[in-house]
Design a protein around this ligand. Structure first.
Ligand SMILES: [Zn+2]
Length: 98
């Protein structure tokens, strides 16, 4: 499944609920899922739990993008286009952490 397919899948499954919840609360849920991912990583939970939390974060990001009418695949290509967004090299050659 590519990014566009994933975003469309989340739209198919969740858009009506996401729309009813609204942008602010969907953003909050996305941040809560990121906190759960952080907890899973920092507490050295198993690979399956970390993987599940990553999927949740991405799914909520897709929901947020759907509500804001942003195509994540296009956004990624536009911002990175195969290279670092700052130094325009691959791999990144930035002196400081980008
Ligand atoms: Zn760079």
């Amino acid at each position: 499944m590519d990014i566009r397919e994933a975003q469309e899948l989340m739209r198919l499954i969740y858009y009506q609920r996401d729309k009813a919840r609204g942008v602010d609360r969907t953003l909050l849920r996305t941040m809560q899922e990121l906190a759960e991912l952080s907890d899973a990583v920092l507490r050295h939970k198993g690979r399956n739990e970390v993987s599940d939390e990553m999927a949740d974060v991405f799914a909520w990001l897709c929901s947020l993008a759907n509500l804001l009418d942003i195509d994540l695949s296009t956004a990624l290509r536009s911002k990175y286009n195969g290279v670092c967004s700052r130094c325009h090299k691959a791999p990144c050659e930035c002196v400081q952490e980008p």
